[in-house]
Design a protein. Sequence first.
Length: 435
Amino acid sequence: MEGQLYYGLAVLAALFVVVGLTAALKGAGAEQEEGKEEERRIKKEEAQSDSPKEPAQNPVIRVLLMTDGYRHTVHPGVSLISDAGLTVTAGDESEDWAAGSELAIAPDDARFQKGNIRVQAKEGKVTVSSLSRGYGTPSYDGVIELRTTAEGIAMINELPVEDYLCGVIPSEMPSSYEQEALKAQAVCARSFAYRQMEEYGYPEYEAHVNDSTDYQVYGNSEAADSTRSAVAETAGEVVRYGGQIVTTYYYSTSCGSTTSLEAWGTAASEDNAYLQSVEVEGEDGDYEKDLPWYRWEASVPVAVLSDLVGLNTGTDVGTLSSITILETGPGGVAVKIEAVGDRGSVVVETENKIRRALGGSGYKIQKQDGSVADSGALLPSAFFTIENTGDAFLIKGGGFGHGIGMSQNGANEMAKEGKDYKEILTLFYQGVTVE
């Protein structure tokens, strides 16, 4: 009996040894596999860092189409039409819609129960008859996708990026501009689009951008032969810095100098060093020296500016006695001001907030050619001086826009003097390649 007990214990001990060895071997194998997986992950990350991710050839971009005046992101209803007829798909079901017959979709349309509604012209473009843009009723290449929401219908235009650019270039730069300037704009717009396509700006709709100045204006002006040629002649070309595609900011008119991202409160770094302050000048001086917005001024009544500063900053400073530029950034752009009134003071930082603080309706701006414009939501630029003349504040400034990256009018003036699009781009974006 005792011998049997010892025998049983010996067998049990042997089993424990076997199980333990098996577990140990499995554990070692798992650790080895995890180690290999970690090694693969590191190598993958190293490969990605060494070789920047390349966009696919003519990738698809998804653009959220906003309402009239770009006021809202969703529509109360949508109407679509095509002279060639439409193909309407919801879920797994498709139907043909007669040529010239308007398709009206409401938020409670029964098709939404099967999924998102996708509409494509059998040939050519889809016209959105419920929408109004700068040139009239707009038409779009590609697919119009509709998604129902609690507020209305989200409308997304899905199309190849090169077709998208054909709707961006004339909306961002007059199609009458020099061809080399239009080509520079095409490369800028393409580079900007690729960077935005790295993630969704509207993940709820799987849309990369919208069609307003929040990103790039799209479809507000009709495409022209000149703008289509600018896109085709630069097909696939982007601006790179250190091998990476960069965000190519642009604006209307310079004052003779550009600025850097420091104007927006972003510290200078190796990654954004391509956006430096440069002089926009040639052998005969500043390229834009004869343009209306190159220099401008406004005499703003104290009462008007006091109200605007209080409204725009949310601080009741009372009647203004002084506005002082406390700090300027590269190129001379104002990046910090203080407004002092009889009830208090407020400090405003970054060019955009400064322009907004001093902007608004109620005064006139005289350009250097003598023409006059109404004041807008933003001061024309943050390149300015300001002084109290007693009953008014005299603001003298130059340029139109934020001043970062490429001046579009500067590009056009350079093109007039024989500069090609690559020379234009490499002036405004330092140390870059166009490829």
